[in-house]
Design a protein around this ligand. Structure first.
Ligand SMILES: NC(=O)c1ccc[n+]([C@@H]2O[C@H](COP(=O)([O-])OP(=O)(O)OC[C@H]3O[C@@H](n4cnc5c(N)ncnc54)[C@H](O)[C@@H]3O)[C@@H](O)[C@H]2O)c1
Length: 397
């Protein structure tokens, strides 16, 4: 592994190309299926990965890491130091989803997901919001040309790690406080990444916050944006309050290229972004470790969806598109583009984007995407995959 920059695989990674390259590239992949539909969509993504490996001539050594509700209920453990060390020994991680009605809300979410992102120094959560051609969106008149933005969500702070306390819980005298942590270091890391990414795209960064009310955190974020912007004179920047963002996103997503925002706001606006794309089942994300100290982790935006778990009704597209981001970050650019293209193609063919009317189960859709990977040529892949690789290469320099 390189001392700095995003991990790029176990063996020497040459420019990825067609099968038959002189040396087989191999990547150590940890797989955390998790709870509910997590294991279902992850299994489908692995079927897609099999096809990508066969076509593009690389391999993965896969390790299943059993984190989630079952493990917690069996052992009482959340994320142990041993599990963190095991994950650190991998080049990348595919994650399904965590959360179960059998466990009090917050225990698994904070004890596993947030803990993983923190332990593995996954500084930002990258969430593309892209409407693929032919995919139905509930937003009347929205076209793919108008919907192609990326949200860079700060992934380690905000109200997700701020301290808090409760007294007199369950009584009318209950008092709960919940803080929000904002350090120059973490905000700067996210904002710098956003500007680097925008440089590869349409050269526009929008800060999304609530600076008119959250004046302390808001001022820090605004100061950092101004400071970083001075180093990127070729990138325009502007500002939108998070409540106004909820109005602008569905009405005029074309005004955004890269949106940088805090942990909580990023979580919320990307569920709205997912709706623009066709639903939660379609949206992908990457938790990126930017300093090369640990693996990045790729996961669909959705949760464990207990309401549809076990029925084969979950759309695996978000998991497959997360796999594409994972492959891009490993340096497998051609495979990443083929997986994105194949997923978009299958999505456009589905009668419905979730539930019994998808035209196939989760596993069957995984097989269809895998089949499309075999023969996907020039497709609808976005340039995000190459943009991500370029930003990562820049960070390594
Ligand atoms: N990163 C994560 O692991 C993560 C993220 C969000 C929520 N959660 C957890 O997941 C659990 C359920 O949360 P929720 O119901 O609020 O959110 P959810 O994302 O699991 O589900 C919201 C709605 O979207 C639907 N949906 C989600 N993914 C889908 C898919 N791939 N295909 C078709 N439909 C899909 C569900 O059926 C549900 O109706 C909770 O425990 C929550 O804390 C985990």
């Amino acid at each position: 592994m390189s001392e700095s920059g995003v991990r790029s695989g176990g063996a020497a990674v040459e420019s990825p190309g067609a099968a038959g390259a002189a040396e087989t590239r191999s990547h150590r992949l940890a797989v955390i299926g998790g709870d509910g539909i997590g294991p279902e969509v992850t299994a489908a993504a692995l079927t897609v990965l099999d096809a990508a490996e066969a076509r593009f001539g690389f391999t993965t050594e896969r390790t299943d890491v059993p984190l989630g509700a079952d493990n917690y209920l069996d052992t009482g453990e959340l994320l142990t130091p041993e599990a963190v060390e095991l994950l650190r020994g991998h080049d990348t991680i595919l994650f399904g989803a965590i959360g179960s009605p059998r466990v009090t809300p917050g225990i698994l979410e904070r004890g596993v997901i947030l803990a993983l992102r923190a332990e593995l120094r996954q500084a930002i959560n990258l969430r593309p919001v892209r409407l693929y051609p032919g995919v139905p969106t509930p937003i009347a008149g929205l076209t793919p040309e108008r919907c192609d933005l990326v949200v860079v969500r700060e992934n380690s702070e905000g109200s997700y790690v701020g301290g808090g306390s409760t007294v007199h819980r369950g009584t009318p005298g209950a008092v709960a406080t919940q803080g929000s942590t904002n350090t120059w270091y973490a905000v700067h890391r996210a904002v710098d990444f956003a500007f680097r990414l925008a440089q590869q795209r349409r050269r526009r960064v929008t800060l999304c916050h609530k600076t008119n009310v959250l004046v302390e955190a808001g001022a820090l974020w605004s100061d950092v944006v101004e400071e970083v912007a001075a180093r990127f004179p070729d990138v325009e920047h502007d500002y939108v309050h998070v409540d106004a963002m909820c109005m602008h996103l569905p009405v005029s997503p074309e005004r955004f290229d890269v949106v940088v925002t805090d942990n909580l706001f990023g979580d919320i606006i990307t569920d709205l972004g997912a709706v623009l794309q066709g639903g939660l089942g379609v949206a992908a994300s990457g938790n990126l470790n930017l300093d090369g100290s640990a693996p990045s982790m790729f996961e669909p935006v959705h949760g464990s969806a207990p309401d549809i778990a076990g029925r084969g009704w979950a759309n695996p597209a978000g998991a497959a598109l997360s796999l594409a981001l994972c492959l891009a970050s490993l340096g497998e650019g051609d495979a990443a583009a083929a997986v994105e293209s194949a997923t978009a193609r299958v999505l456009a063919e589905l009668p419905e984007l979730s539930g019994a009317g998808m035209g196939g189960s989760t596993a069957e859709l995984g097989e269809r995407i895998a089949a499309a990977v075999q023969d996907s040529g020039e497709g609808v892949q976005s340039s995000l995959m190459t943009q991500l690789a370029a930003v990562q290469a820049g960070l390594r320099d």
